[in-house]
Design a protein around this ligand. Structure first.
Ligand code: ADP
Ligand code: ASP
Ligand code: MG
Length: 418
């Protein structure tokens, strides 16, 4: 088999951890497999580098940021190859550029366009274990790029697709994908398997266990992904195509996201073109708007528009909104950063009714006010005061019976793929 293994920041967080990774990689090789390893920077390293850049300038240029940030993954790749060599097995480390991970030019959030992978293929043919620095690529004009936070997951899935690997293993600091973040709800239950669709929703709603774009990629190219712990040999969670028994459960997971901010333009003129004017200006600044709520005006003259943006863009979005405010006649613009998005996800929502009502009822019972709501076929999200995030996640987790030992009826069979 050809196996791609990705190790996250905690898994390569120290030399001891890197040695443990090297041992796992060598064991996989000894079982007769070809192995390609993708590594993240050591835990905390990327944040540290971002901190340095922000000390040097409040507005660092994307190109320079990418050269800086890509260095974290280079360090762990080289150290991992050194540790594997020490165990008596041939290994070579490569940068994204050396293995031909070609991206577009969007510095700090580049998209992978193609992977040539020649050097990896050659190494594998010679029995060499290839270790690739995750999170990075190169443009057609040889500029170094990075793939957005958590981007080593994407490197792993994309490399697995390009090499037509039999399996892509994502090694992290938890045993797999849980019904919610096990670090805030200890009763959270590990899922044996989860559909690409549900994983995609959970990831995009804040569950950082897999980066959103890596799941999109896995779904598009049908890459078999398994999330496992690098600290033990537990079986992990398979991310697979949806099957019939998955619809038996209405809600399969809960996610939260504290990285959102809410902007409200109060008393906006209620006439055609107002929303278009505001959101065009925001889109032109490359800011992604998530939820939008417009209150119906009772007098037909004025209305309030609220919307959410990533916290990192909130000041910029606020400035733009204030600039267009005069044109759209708003009285004031307000910014709230102490908000969180709490979401319930499940493919079974398509066939179960009353799920939204139950969510709202549970939050109301605990006096948690809902500021905004958005829904899709398989998720419901509510914006709440951020101080209630953990409480909301816990009470919803309990109300939908997601805890350990409670959900036998919803227990999923393990796919034959494992
Ligand atoms: P890595 O450094 O290995 O990429 P991350 O920190 O990016 O690891 O992702 C793993 C973390 O994701 C876990 O430690 C956990 O706190 C968080 N997480 C959030 N939601 C979930 C979930 N539903 N299942 C598992 N982990 C989750
Ligand atoms: N080191 C990068 C980050 O911290 C990429 C990754 O870990 O996947 O976001
Ligand atoms: Mg990660």
């Amino acid at each position: 088999m050809l196996i791609v293994q990705k190790y996250g920041g905690t898994s390569v967080g120290s030399i001891e951890r890197i040695k443990a990774v090297a041992k796992r990689v060598v064991d996989t090789k000894k079982q007769g497999n070809k192995v390609v390893v993708i590594v993240s920077a050591m835990s905390g390293e990327t944040d540290k580098l971002i901190g340095f850049a922000n000390q040097a300038s409040p507005n660092p240029v994307g190109r320079e940021m990418d050269l800086l940030l890509s260095s974290g993954e280079r360090i762990s790749a080289a150290l991992t190859a050194i540790a594997i060599n020490e165990l008596g097995h041939k290994s070579m480390s490569f940068t994204g550029r050396q293995v031909g991970i070609i991206t577009d030019e969007a510095h700090t959030s580049a998209k992978i366009e193609r992977i040539t992978g020649e050097r990896v293929k050659k190494a594998l043919d010679k029995g060499i274990i290839a270790v690739i620095a995750g999170f990075q690529g190169v443009t057609e004009t040889s500029e170094v790029t990075t793939l957005g936070r958590g981007g080593s997951d994407l490197t792993a899935v994309a490399v697995a697709a390009a090499l037509d690997a039999d399996l892509c293993e994502i090694y992290t600091d938890v045993d797999g994908v849980y019904t919610t973040d096990p670090n805030i709800v200890p009763e959270a239950k590990k899922l044996d398997k989860i559909s690409y669709e549900e994983m995609l929703e959970l990831a995009s709603l804040g569950a950082k266990v897999l980066q959103t774009r890596s799941v999109e990629f896995a779904k598009k190219y049908d890459v078999p992904v398994i999330v496992r712990s690098s600290f033990n040999n537990n079986p992990g969670t398979l991310v697979v195509k949806e099957d019939e028994d998955m619809e038996n459960v209405a809600v399969s997971g809960i996610a939260y996201d504290k990285n959102q901010a809410k902007i409200t333009a109060i008393a906006v003129h209620d006439r055609p073109g107002v929303a278009a004017g505001l959101f065009n200006a925001i889109a032109n600044a490359n800011i992604v708007v998530d939820m939008i709520v417009q209150n119906v005006s009772s007098d037909g003259k004025a209305t309030d528009i609220s919307f959410t943006v990533p916290k990192a863009d909130s000041k910029k979005a606020m400035r733009i909104t204030e600039e267009v405010v005069s044109e759209i006649g708003a009285k004031t613009v307000k910014l709230r950063e102490d908000i969180a998005k709490v979401s319930i996800v499940g493919v079974g929502m398509r066939t179960h009714s009353g799920v939204a009502a139950k969510m709202f009822e549970v939050l109301a019972k605990h006096n948690i006010n809902i500021m905004m709501i958005s829904t899709s076929e398989i998720k419901i999200s509510c914006i709440v005061d951020s101080k209630y995030t953990e409480l909301a996640v816990r009470v919803l987790h309990d109300a939908f019976d997601l805890g350990e030992g409670k959900k036998e009826k919803g227990k999923r069979k393990v796919s034959a793929r494992q």
